[in-house]
Write a protein that binds this ligand. Structure first.
Ligand code: OOG
Ligand code: NI
Length: 457
């Protein structure tokens, strides 16, 4: 590797993701246990399903199957969000989607910083679900003022990191020789700081207002609060967690287990209690960090998403999962039953325009008869289609993950207040519309087929 060349943003992101993984395993040993379990289950699943093994080999490379797919952080101020955006940009991670968590009683709004193009995703798909605290939703003015003062005084990036970002922006990237230093510096931002910035008294007041506020305001920086490897069998890992002495949350978030997986299923182990030194009191307690796993399916169109949302709401109206897991079985059955209304074969999902697909010409296929339509060619197998994977997140699931790790108390009573415009002002950029993006991917693949057919005429 030549030192006077620049590292590609995807290679830098891959370095970042694996450095974060090592750091987090070291900080949260239970996370290491979860990683081991995921790797075991993935390998058993692949042994039992050669077809899956082949497909994954040709698309992703088997060695990275169990690697982290995402992590999450929570920020305190607009200035922090803008800095994070600049840092993630260097790693090829762009803000996609707007998530309003206030609907679930959590005073944040969020985006996911992630790679966008297919090549970048296949080199390393690591994303960071990034939330910004919304003190504008807090009614307690005195508390709000105190929280703002604490946040205004902290610096989540080292001076050196800011210098490196300035330089990278001026020169159009990061040189190979500087890549390791960049990673070392940015890891400092996301590491756990057991020393709080504040007194136990202020912590208690923040905590009482909302646990999340305490988690954001009390510390020197936005510690990574979980990482999430990919599992090939989420139900199995959920079932096996207790045998490894880790306590899973009550139910898996998202759609039920299906033949044709849709969107995103995820679950986590419960956050652990950790020791914190407050300014005045040593050895206090805080609960924040956990481990999660995910399994992804097809990206749904707005129509498919509306159906998903309706069925999920119907399920939850019939049976709301209790945090202690007491009705988990009933919930899973209700979910399965309710989702039987969602077609479970790719052809129907495509025909009914519920999901996005990638199209390609079948091998040796270069001739279209003049009277054949695109649909005819799909029908006859001359054009093949495969699901486009959902690379984003789900607000109801995210709320479930937040809540199970904030102690599962009843959701706080805060005003519902979706405000994408405010978020984009705070971010200093627009977020990419995920639906428009998937539609574009689908269209591009169709265009490509048509182009190839024309050329061969
Ligand atoms: C983020 C929760 C959202 C997910 O996977 O939906 C999330 C957080 O707890 O900060 O990571
Ligand atoms: Ni997550």
């Amino acid at each position: 590797m030549s030192d006077n060349l620049m590292i590609s943003s995807s290679d830098l992101r891959a370095k970042f993701s694996s450095a974060m993984s090592l750091m987090y395993r070291d900080e949260v040993p239970a996370y290491g246990t979860l990683m081991d379990l995921v790797a075991e289950v993935n390998s058993t699943t692949l042994d039992a399903d050669q077809e899956l093994a082949q497909t994954l080999k040709s698309t992703n490379g088997l060695s990275r199957i169990s690697d982290e797919r995402h992590g999450a952080i929570r920020l305190g101020t607009e200035a922090e969000l803008k800095l994070i955006r600049r840092a993630f940009f260097q790693m090829g991670m762009f803000p996609v989607g707007y998530y309003d968590l206030s609907v679930a009683g959590i005073p944040v709004h969020s985006t996911a910083f992630r790679p966008i193009d297919g090549e970048a995703l296949s080199i390393n798909p690591f994303r960071v679900f990034t939330s910004l605290l919304r003190l504008d939703l807090i009614e307690n003015q005195a508390l709000k003022t105190d929280a703002e003062a604490v946040l205004a005084a902290r610096h989540i990036f080292t001076d050196r990191l800011i210098e490196m970002i300035d330089q990278a922006e001026a020169q159009g990237g990061i040189y190979n020789k500087d890549a390791d230093e960049f990673i070392t510096e940015i890891l400092i931002t996301f590491k756990w700081h057991p020393e709080a910035n504040i007194t136990q008294e202020l912590y208690d007041r923040l905590h009482q207002e909302h646990r999340l506020i305490a988690d954001v305001v009390s510390f020197k920086g936005p510690h990574i609060n979980h990482l999430t490897p990919r599992t090939l069998d989420i139900d199995q890992v959920q079932d096996l967690m207790p045998s490894r002495n880790i306590a899973p949350k009550a139910v898996i978030e998202g759609p039920p287990s299906r033949k044709c997986p849709i969107l995103l299923r995820q679950t986590s182990f419960k956050a652990l209690e950790e020791s914190v030194d407050f300014v005045d009191v040593k050895d206090g307690k805080h609960t924040a960090r956990f481990g999660e796993i995910e399994q992804r399916g097809i990206a749904l169109t707005p129509k498919g998403r509306a159906l998903y949302d309706r069925l999920l709401n119907e399920t939850r109206a019939k049976c709301t999962p209790a945090p202690d897991g007491s009705n988990a079985q009933e919930y899973v059955e209700t979910l399965q039953e309710t989702f039987s209304a969602f077609p479970d074969d790719w052809a129907t999902i495509r025909k009914e325009e519920l999901g996005y697909f990638h199209y390609q010409l079948a091998e040796n296929q270069s001739e279209a008869q003049d009277d054949q339509s695109f649909e005819d060619m799909i029908e006859s197998g001359q054009i093949l289609f495969s699901p486009i994977v959902y690379e984003d997140f789900l607000p109801v699931s995210a709320a479930g993950i937040f809540q199970s790790n904030l102690g599962d108390k009843k959701a706080a009573n805060i005003a519902h207040n979706s405000n994408q415009e405010l978020f984009e002002t705070q971010l200093g950029a627009k977020v990419l519309d995920e639906f428009a993006h998937y539609a574009e991917l689908e269209n591009a693949s169709k265009e490509q087929c048509l182009k190839q057919l024309k050329v061969s005429h």
